[in-house]
Design a binder for this molecule. Structure first.
Ligand code: SOE
Length: 391
């Protein structure tokens, strides 16, 4: 009889839907010693939570997360809520001895992230596992890119170039959703999508960003108040209604240095008109280059300088069973999608629980990203002054 891990998921918008898909599918494609049981979905509105639970495949719904995280029939709390609630929920869940998967960024402030990491470290002593949801690490092409860099395929890293480009708020009439409010989201494009590309840069390169010089911009400073809906578009603006202040960045651009002597250039923006979810990471080394583009997520571009006058960029189809995670899926050439990284995340978390190991990225790594976000905002607030990244 396979052991089960009874999951409670808090929040059921876009991330809730993606995480639900992962819990539904993971043990049907990966051989696991523990299987997830989709026990309870928590939402603020009872009717909407009940509807979401039925649609997404949860056994029951609830509205009081404080009560749910204390239940004896819950083993794992999956936090898919806006950033201003991550710390409170994670601290309560860890305190109740529950494993915790928390969406990125870990928290809205460094102080919250630090408290969460302290609690996670203490809970780990009792076999409680915790992880932060930087899912793009688990796109097979990204995991292969990291493996090739670690194996020396491109030699000494000179440049790390990262972009995360979206355009969902280019329309000035797009309403003032929670992601555009500092007290709810912590920061704007920087903490939402900048956190992803900065985590990917460090994960793939194996290096840590030690200093930054940054600028941020808020292009549209006032928007119509939102009425209902989620963060990414379900909300509607109140036509000719009251306006509100956007209190976060729309875009961040930055220069960086790493502890491995590399130079970094990064941008994260929600105003790259036409770019819907373009994540690009290119690493130039002394012996070659690797480049990943999420718009072609089942491939990796590779330039091997050792080929001399036969060198050129080749496209590696990352669809072989020997490639990270791919063996559980389809034959070569078929490919995977956005949701598969969430399934791989669930697989790795359940594997960690089954083997009694701490999954990555840990809350400590999530706090490392939080240090980065704080340094970027500090630099941007002081005319792009070079700012060291705390540890
Ligand atoms: C919104 O920018 C968002 O939903 C991010 O929050 C997710 O992390 C990313 O995967 C897709 O875009």
């Amino acid at each position: 009889m396979t052991a089960t891990v009874r999951v409670a998921m808090i929040g059921h918008a876009f991330m809730g839907a993606a995480h639900s898909q992962a819990w539904r599918a993971v043990h049907r494609f990966f051989e696991l010693d523990v299987h997830p049981q989709m026990a309870v979905l928590v939402g603020r509105d009872p009717a909407r939570a009940a509807e979401a639970a039925a649609t997404l495949g949860w056994q029951e719904s609830a509205t009081d997360w404080r009560e749910v995280v204390r239940r004896d029939d819950v083993d794992l709390v999956d936090i898919c809520t806006p950033g201003d609630t991550h710390a409170e929920i994670a601290l309560a869940a860890l305190g109740a001895g529950k494993h915790v998967l928390c969406e990125k960024p870990l928290a809205n402030t460094l102080a919250e992230a630090t408290r969460m990491t302290k609690a996670a470290r203490s809970a780990a002593g009792n076999g409680v596992r915790s992880m932060v949801g930087f899912t793009y690490r688990r796109v097979p092409a990204v995991a292969l890119m990291r493996r090739m860099v670690a194996d020396g395929a491109i030699g000494t890293i000179r440049h790390i170039r990262g972009q995360y480009l979206q355009d969902w708020i280019v329309d000035p009439d797009f309403p003032l959703v929670w992601r555009l409010q500092q007290e709810r989201a912590g920061s704007g494009a920087l903490g939402d999508i900048g956190a992803h590309i900065l985590d990917l840069a460090q994960f793939v390169s194996g290096q840590r960003i030690t200093g930054v010089a940054a600028q941020t911009e808020t292009f549209v400073r006032r928007r119509p108040l939102a009425r209902g809906g989620g963060a990414l578009g379900a909300a509607t603006a109140q036509a000719d209604g009251p306006m509100g202040e956007v209190t976060v960045d729309d875009a961040a651009v930055l220069l960086a240095r790493t502890d491995g002597g590399a130079l970094g250039t990064f941008e994260a923006t929600r105003f790259a008109t036409g770019r819907k979810n373009r994540i690009m990471l290119e690493i130039n080394g002394s012996d070659g280059t690797l480049a990943f583009n999420f718009e072609n997520m089942n491939a990796l571009e590779y330039y091997d300088a050792s080929r001399g006058d036969l060198a050129g960029f080749t496209t590696i189809p990352v669809t072989e069973p020997t490639h990270p995670y791919v063996g559980a899926w389809w034959p070569p050439g078929h490919g995977l999608g956005y949701e598969h990284a969430f399934i791989h995340q669930a697989r790795d978390f359940l594997e960690a629980i089954a083997t009694g190991t701490d999954p990555q990225p840990s809350f400590a790594e999530g706090t490392g990203v939080q240090h980065l976000l704080e340094a970027v905002l500090a630099s941007a607030a002081d005319h792009a002054r070079w700012t060291d990244v705390g540890t």
